[in-house]
Design a protein around this ligand. Sequence first.
Ligand SMILES: [Zn+2]
Ligand SMILES: [Zn+2]
Ligand SMILES: [Zn+2]
Length: 129
Amino acid sequence: MNNPIRSEFTETKIHIPWEEAVHLSEATETHHFLNDAGGIESHKTLHLKPMHCGHLVPTAGGACSKCSALICPSCLVMCPLCLGPIGPCCSRALLDVRGQEIRYCKSCYGKINRQRVLRKIISGFIRFD
Ligand SMILES: [Zn+2]
Ligand SMILES: [Zn+2]
Ligand SMILES: [Zn+2]
């Protein structure tokens, strides 16, 4: 292969609004060569970085508000208490009264769990009748 007569490198960066972080999500490398017939040949390489959840998608759904990892659109959920976007990395599931799974962020999950335990302790000592 001849030496490239021109090379291009394009990056896609995602800026996280609530912090200074900038993440590289994909990059394109293009090299132009002169071939034997004297024409110009282009070779393009697309580098995709998998999201933190392990899925390979062209654009992130957003970043986890707890650890700022990039999460794909189908894995990103919103914590119903603090309304922060969270990925599988920082969410914990709790079952609601109907047995449906609700995902909370780590800190809200901790709060709810403490309240549950507390309620159990209190109801063991005090009788509400
Ligand atoms: Zn995902
Ligand atoms: Zn939360
Ligand atoms: Zn996270």
